[in-house]
Design a protein around this ligand. Sequence first.
Ligand code: SF4
Ligand code: MG
Length: 323
Amino acid sequence: GGLLDQLGFEDGKFTRKRTIVHAVNDVSFEIQKGETLSVVGESGCGKSTLARTVVGLYEPTGGQIFYRGERVDNKSGSQRKKFRTAAQMIFQDPYASLNPRMKVAQILEEPVRFHFPEFSDAEVKQRVADVMEQVGINPVWGARYPHEFSGGQRQRISIARALVLKPEFIVADEPISALDVSIQAQVLNLMMDLQRDHNLTYLFISHDLSVVQHISNRVAVMYLGSLCELADAKELFANPQHPYTKALLSAIPRIGKKGFSHIKLSGDVPTPINLPSGCVFHGRCRLANQRCVNEVPHAITLDSGTICACHAVQEGRSTTMPA
Ligand code: SF4
Ligand code: MG
């Protein structure tokens, strides 16, 4: 419960030119205040589209997004304006996401001036200085341009820009994967500290399962825009159900040692424009049968609380994957 008590997303379809791209098909979930829900999957699975749609950067052509129980995906929604400040995004690439022609202080002041026109100049500058300190960037450096900072510092500035409106919900799309490995942990730890200090809710998009295991309360696994499995993080890593989840987990060496053998997936991820029939994973799943080819598996909730969309799981067939 709490402030951000409901954020749901259902059945999104997106128009890119004239082609319907089934970027986030049959995905529906809620995020609780203060939790970290991670979304994992290979590139092209619809994670970034989902992230951008949730914060309103993409318009869903179908589906609904709720915030505090009210829709925010249509212009008439009374919570929409609130949601535009309450939900902020951190992008993968801190080089591309900061305007190179603006000084850092300007980059951080702009959204505050836009969303809080009643603030005095001193109040705006104070808000920006506070947030720079919170992310470990000396406020006097606000007079510098983004290119004068390292990649890690730039991502701290991006985080500051997300925080400057005092949001309660942050969507972070691969926030550390463009950074040097040596500074990834620092930025991740900063994000965790900020979450604790401000009771932030995170939707964390990642392809890195060892990071996800470290930070998540719950994990959603996506493949080709479809939700495969959604589970408590501990449960997902101890007891994966969906064949795709098992294949992903088997690729983590640390987990592989604990009795999962490495499962090799055959074939490439198909294009999201021509989705496979039935289960979108069937072309790469060694457990696929005729039903999997014909029929879309619907998500069901198992006794453990795990949500899983797989015929084999539903039928009680063994989903132990041949290595
Ligand atoms: Fe594999 Fe069939 Fe389950 Fe899809 S529904 S993951 S093809 S067993
Ligand atoms: Mg992406």
